[in-house]
Design a protein around this ligand. Structure first.
Ligand code: 6PG
Length: 471
């Protein structure tokens, strides 16, 4: 009996799509799902006539795979991953490998890599981006963990990943939970991008009064520009065209303004606080989702707390262009924050990340794919130790050229009472980062005043601490 090349456990849509992607690329696949009905339905429909073998027990599944076994888990992050690993462990043999393709917390992946390596097995935590479509036709893959395990799956993952001008959108990210860490930060950046686009939409709709057709045109035009050409801008343009099939008008106007989240954006913020890397744009994006979910409270507050009112009286096309510039400048700051977080995590956790290569594998397949990642890749290829993306010549000049427009947009928004938390967080990041002197001399004075926490002096060496008798 011929053994299958690759196994997939978990047949929700991402698992199904990845299994079909692997099969389409010439590898035989075994599949297993906890509920047999799901497996049967898959075999009778999407997997019909394909080189996919169903298994009805884990024993049967494991026995159907060639060695070393390569088993992709596509189950819910958290306890279900541990539960399946525990069931699989006694069935596996040395050298076999488990690949977790869910959005697992990197710390869980650190632990699982260590546990399985200690048991003679191998473990890969693999970030998979691109949603259902990407999983089927070419995702961006971020595998980290046991190095030899990556070498064993490389022929498969390089085929199933999205392909861009400079190769497949996959690379070995690093040891331990590096793959899931990078995917987590990818998602933090995704939250930032989505919030910045939402703020641009708010401004175009509520300052300028653009209709959905006009919004479609603006975003479609931005998608043609070198700076903003991206998957998220493209789908945004498409969203404004979609009519509501349950009633009149456009669907976008019927969707409740209360955003959900599954946790990866929040984890990014938690990690940034733990590592001491400011990521205010991404933090603002997470908070904006949280605030949006207070729908009932906001509806009540809207009756009590009036804003400034007033109308925009400038040039419409001029303002659209300024919003575009503000969006681009804010986006640069958001990516600068995400990459800085990766840089620090790389040192702190000894991930040895190649930031240029990470930007490259995000160029295709994933939610944040964008032409702009070429520039990020170039910036880190030219200087792998770049302290901050904003200092790379290409970014520096663009932001300096556009900062006036960016500031004008924020002044207009503030004047009219339109919240722009991520645009503002980005500008504050830029203004704080570029300033030689910040007011934290006062913070230090206060700390020393009430708690003798000491301070350094501008006229003495760094690392020399002083205390004053304040009373
Ligand atoms: C991707 C996405 C995906 C994520 C969803 C939902 O890269 O394909 O990041 O992995 O799960 O976007 O995330 P939220 O529910 O937290 O918005």
């Amino acid at each position: 009996m011929a053994l299958q090349n690759f196994g997939v456990i978990g047949l929700a849509v991402m698992g199904e799509n990845l299994a079909l992607n692997v099969e389409r690329n010439g590898f035989s696949v075994a599949v297993y799902n906890r509920t047999t009905e799901k497996t049967t339905a898959f075999m009778e429909n999407r997997a019909q006539g394909k080189n996919v073998k169903p298994a009805h027990s884990l024993e049967e599944f494991v026995a159907s795979l060639e060695r070393p076994r390569k088993i992709l888990l596509m189950v819910k992050a958290g306890k279900p991953v541990d539960a399946v690993i525990e069931q699989l462990k006694p069935l596996l043999e040395p050298g076999d490998m488990i690949i977790d393709g869910g959005n697992s917390l990197y710390e869980d992946t650190d632990r699982r890599v260590a546990d399985l390596e200690a048991a003679g097995l191998r473990f890969i935590g693999m970030g998979v981006s691109g949603g259902e479509e990407g999983a089927l036709n070419g995702p961006s893959l971020m595998p980290g963990g046991t190095r030899e395990a990556y070498e064993a799956i490389e022929p498969i993952v390089t085929k199933i990943a999205a392909q861009v001008d400079d190769g497949p959108c996959v690379t070995y990210i690093g040891p331990k939970g590096a793959g899931h860490y990078v995917k987590m930060v990818h998602n933090g950046i995704e939250y930032g991008d989505m919030q910045l686009i939402a703020e641009a939409y708010d401004l175009l709709k509520n300052v300028l009064g653009l209709t959905n057709e006009q919004l479609h045109d603006v975003f479609a035009e931005w998608d043609e520009t070198e700076e903003l050409d991206s998957f998220l801008i493209e789908i945004t343009a498409n969203i404004f065209k979609k009519k509501d099939d349950m009633g009149d008008g456009f669907l976008i106007d019927k969707i409740l303004d209360a955003a959900g989240q599954k946790g990866t954006g929040r984890w990014t913020v938690v990690s940034s606080l733990e590592l001491g890397v400011p990521i205010p744009t991404i933090t603002a994006a997470v908070n904006a989702r949280v605030m949006s979910a207070y729908k009932d409270e906001r509806m009540a507050a809207a009756k009590e707390l009036a804003g400034p009112g007033g109308k925009f009286d400038g040039n419409t096309q001029g303002f659209i262009n300024k919003v575009r510039d503000a969006l681009y400048c804010s986006k640069m700051c958001s990516y600068a924050q995400g990459m800085a977080l990766l840089g620090t995590a790389s040192q702190e956790f000894e991930y040895n990340l190649d930031l240029g290569e990470i930007a490259r594998i995000w160029k295709g397949g994933c939610i944040i794919k964008a032409g702009f990642l070429n520039k990020i890749k170039r910036a880190f290829d030219e200087n792998p130790n770049l302290a901050n993306l904003l200092l790379a010549p290409e970014f520096k000049q663009t932001i300096l050229d556009r900062q006036a427009a960016w500031r004008e947009v924020l002044m207009a928004a503030n004047g009219l009472g339109i919240p722009v938390p991520a645009f503002s967080a980005s500008l504050d990041y830029f203004d704080s980062y570029r300033r030689e002197r910040l007011p934290q001399n006062l913070t230090q004075a206060q700390r020393d005043y009430f708690g003798a926490h000491t301070y350094e002096r501008t006229d003495k060496s760094r690392g020399e601490f002083f205390h004053a008798e304040w009373f």
